[in-house]
Design a protein around this ligand. Structure first.
Ligand code: PEP
Ligand code: MG
Length: 580
């Protein structure tokens, strides 16, 4: 069945390994009525699924104990305890007989009630609510005869092949067990691709029909080789192809090693012009990785990632701890924390947001935070941020996402000022901290790009989000693999927009950085340098490559390139220019 598939490159690196076909649980839980005389059979069906689940949990516990560690294995013991607890199963059995409903629905509802009860107790029990969800999904999968593989519980290295992955699926992955990712859906700036790059996992997205192709192979062990820089996926490669991939993997590794010498050097041109290079992070533990990779600061902390992969929002104290960890790692440097950018492809099921036909054009980012129904999320986050700022040894800059105009910026700033007043009156803050903060915005909508001169009067700084700026400027969905050709920042319209944003910001003496994926693309580094950008913020893996590019050039070379780029008429002209 050897074949070659071409997808969209999403995270560089070579991966060779056995693939795991991930076909997740459909979100719909079947709900139907049963006959009174079918109660016995339905209960027996539930008991059987519970028994299989318990056996499976025992096996998982033993396997994980040997291959991963005791602490990780304890999770499965906790699941077994819950599964054996009468409170959950009695509730499900009662529903089958009293309400005459199917076992899946009865268990779903009983687990819901059980979790609600735990959520009202202390934080230890609140964490168990997550476990209950896992358990019910496992039992329901067995009721339906489906696979129960969970990406978070891998115990040996695999290449994950999926139709699509949610950012929450990817955020929970253990990079030690994920050699690579291949998805049928998604674009290169989808958050799954961004997370893969952040974790250093080679990835290809938009590999059409790969899951179905492999599912039809009906063999359990299928070997795959992929190149995340070209988007090529080799299914069941022969010895010759395999050897070529092994060589490429070695070369890639050597290149990364060579670039390591740049880790402690700055991004300064041959004639002494300096650009800050910072890291994009999504979790507090990423801060340490970023420091080790040589980041000068954090140019984008995507705080919504703290909200993924759980069943309730993080509390003020949890957020305070996450922000403080990052600030402590970057003492003496600057950390730009972006307030919640929920929406688009980052849906958070437990927030129960209304379904939208165009989520990227919907209630997203600052719009959601300012909407009355969700303001509490924003207030909690601002409280945690202001409290973190008070003790911080790093400069905290707060950045609002998806700002369209001055009205939104003013509203967001008013929330910040009001939150500080409240904290001071409660004694949660000893002194005002706002003077020490800088408050800025992402420039990622065409509206903000066009209104730069107006926004510059009230925003302390700007950071260009090229992922969304390209999507909205070109009206091409960043998630749609079929539009990958169109959705590219190397397009004359996007280049001109970036140039205009940087020039206007500098004219108004405003700091301007870039934190979209283009900032980590070394092909664009000289163009951005030539425009006069202050900072490039990227996945830590890209830092050395960008530094190398900047250190190789002079400002006048970069400025000459700007002229050529702005004169380019087509995306193909730009490709040729950047290739040269
Ligand atoms: C962007 O849009 O470029 C950006 C950095 O934000 P996100 O990718 O999180 O939407
Ligand atoms: Mg964005």
């Amino acid at each position: 069945m050897a074949s070659t598939l071409h997808g969209v490159p999403a995270a560089s690196g070579i991966a060779i390994g056995t693939c795991l076909l991930y076909d997740p649980v459909p979100p719909e839980v079947p709900h139907y009525s049963i006959d009174a005389n079918g109660v016995g059979a339905e209960r027996a069906r539930l008991e059987r699924a519970v028994k299989i689940s318990a056996q499976e949990l025992g096996q998982l516990r033993d396997h994980v104990h040997v291959h991963v560690g005791k602490q990780e294995a304890d999770i499965f013991d906790a699941h077994l305890l819950i599964l054996e607890d009468d409170a959950l199963l009695d509730g499900a059995h009662a529903r089958i007989s009293d309400e005459l409903v199917n076992a899946e629905w009865a268990l779903w509802q009983a687990a819901e009630e059980f979790s609600q009860m735990l959520l009202e107790l202390d934080s230890y029990f609140q964490a168990r609510a997550n476990d209950i969800h896992d358990i019910r999904m496992r039992v329901i999968a067995h009721l339906q005869g489906r696979s129960t593989t969970q990406l978070q519980n891998l115990s040996e290295p695999v290449i994950i092949v999926a139709h699509d992955l949610l950012p929450s699926d990817t955020a929970g992955l253990n990079p030690a067990y994920v050699l690579g990712l291949v998805t049928e859906q998604g674009g290169p700036t989808s958050h799954t691709a961004i997370l893969a790059r952040q974790m250093g996992i080679p990835a290809v997205v938009g590999a059409k029909d790969i899951l179905t192709t492999l599912q039809h192979a009906h063999t359990r062990e299928i070997r795959v080789a992929l190149d995340g820089s070209t988007g090529v996926v080799e299914i069941d490669p022969d010895e010759q192809i395999l050897a070529a991939y092994q060589r490429a993997a070695q070369e890639y590794h050597q290149l990364k090693e060579q670039l390591q010498t740049l880790r402690t050097l700055s991004a300064t041109t041959r004639d002494g012009v300096h650009v800050e290079v910072a890291a994009n992070i999504g979790r507090p533990q990423d801060a340490k990785v970023a420091v080790e990779a040589g980041a000068n600061g954090v140019g984008l902390f995507r705080t919504e990632f703290l909200f993924l992969d759980r069943t309730t929002p993080p509390s003020e104290e949890e957020q305070l701890s996450a922000y403080s960890t990052v600030l402590a790692a970057f003492a003496g440097k600057t950390v730009i924390v972006r307030t919640l950018d929920i929406g688009g492809d980052k849906s958070i099921p437990y927030l129960k947001l209304q379904a939208e036909s165009n989520p990227f054009l919907g209630l997203r980012g600052i719009r959601l935070c300012l909407a009355e129904a969700h303001q509490h999320l924003f207030r909690t986050q601002l409280r945690a941020l202001l409290r973190a700022a008070e003790k911080s040894q790093a400069a905290l800059w707060i950045m609002f996402p998806m700002i369209d105009d001055l009205r939104e910026l003013r509203q967001a700033k008013a929330f910040l000022a009001e939150t500080e007043k409240i904290l001071l009156s409660e004694g949660m803050l000893q002194t005002a901290v706002q003077d020490r903060l800088r408050v800025g915005i992402m420039v990622e909508t065409p509206a903000a790009a066009l209104l730069m001169d107006v926004l510059a009067k009230e925003a302390d700084f700007f950071s260009i989000g090229t992922n969304d700026l390209a999507q909205y400027t070109l009206a091409s969905d960043r998630m749609n693999a079929s539009l990958a050709e169109l959705h590219r920042p190397f397009h004359p319209a996007v280049m001109r927009s970036i140039a205009q944003i940087v020039t206007t910001a500098r004219k108004h003496n405003r700091w301007v950085g870039m934190c979209g994926e283009l900032a980590g693309d070394a092909r664009a580094s000289l163009f951005l340098l030539g425009l006069g950008i202050n900072e490039l913020s990227m996945e830590p893996n890209s830092l050395n490559m960008v530094k190398q590019k900047i250190r190789s050039a002079t400002l006048s070379e970069a400025q000459a390139l700007v002229q050529h780029v702005l004169a380019a008429e087509t995306a193909e002209d730009l490709d040729a220019l950047f290739q040269a």
